[in-house]
Design a protein around this ligand. Structure first.
Ligand code: SF4
Length: 227
């Protein structure tokens, strides 16, 4: 029997961030992430209190067939951290039904071949592999404080290989004037590859309109709470 993927949720929505913003997309959120960021907005993929008890397991062919019914422009493989799973069969199954696969990853684990688009959002708890940074079509930096952009730029040796480096306010800081000002100042000073970003699907609540989507785990932004 083919390997089964642990599936946290699937849903039809639109891509809420990055270069492909606003495009119809089918999301496959796989279960599990060993990185455990303090402010993770997918805490249900790893936090003991939020890991679903009724975890679905599905084959690559089953997931591809479900995605095809939704007739999206592309499929987003996300998590958790999807690259802890062998994505090769899933990418191939999607290709067999005429769908391209996009990936959202922290970049700390090897990236499968055959993906049409890779979004890499590096995390301090487990920094990205150099090869993953080179592969990324776009980078999404989570700006937690005004210093985050300079810290990450220094961490990669001052050079970003990707043509698009999005600066996203960490969601619990999205109204912090210092964080927004740091992003604005940086884009105005540097220009490309930096771009000011936002998670547009959240105010729309676009994802949760699909009944297959799980209610989001509470956003903590509080390491004391574990998420
Ligand atoms: S790497 Fe991503 S999925 Fe994993 S804990 Fe951090 S934000 Fe959440």
């Amino acid at each position: 029997m083919a390997d089964l993927y642990p599936v946290n949720e699937t849903f039809l929505s639109w891509q809420g961030e990055g270069v492909h913003l606003g495009r119809k997309a089918f999301f496959i959120r796989l279960q599990g992430c060993p990185v455990k960021c303090a402010w993770c907005d997918s805490a249900s993929t790893w936090h003991p209190q939020h890991v679903p008890k009724d975890l679905r397991r599905a084959s690559a062919a089953e997931l591809a067939a479900e995605a095809a019914v939704a007739r999206p422009e592309f499929v987003v493989l996300t998590g958790g951290e999807p690259c802890i799973h062998d994505l090769t069969p899933l990418v191939a199954a999607l290709r067999d039904v005429g769908l391209s696969a996009h990936l959202e990853t922290c970049g700390a684990y090897p990236i499968a071949e055959g993906l049409a688009w890779v979004t890499l959002s590096p995390k301090w708890a487990k920094p990205p592999l150099p090869a993953s940074l080179l592969r990324a079509d776009e980078v999404k930096l989570i700006v937690e404080t005004a210093e985050s952009i300079a810290r990450w730029t220094e961490a990669v040796g001052g050079v970003w290989a990707s043509r698009h480096v999005w600066l996203h306010p960490e969601w619990s800081q999205r109204a912090q004037p210092e964080v927004l000002r740091a992003i604005t100042d940086h884009v105005k000073a540097q220009g490309a590859p930096f771009r000011a970003g936002w998670q547009v699907h959240k105010p729309y609540a676009a994802d949760s309109l699909d009944q297959r989507a799980r209610p989001p785990a509470p956003l903590g932004g509080d390491p004391g709470k574990g998420f």
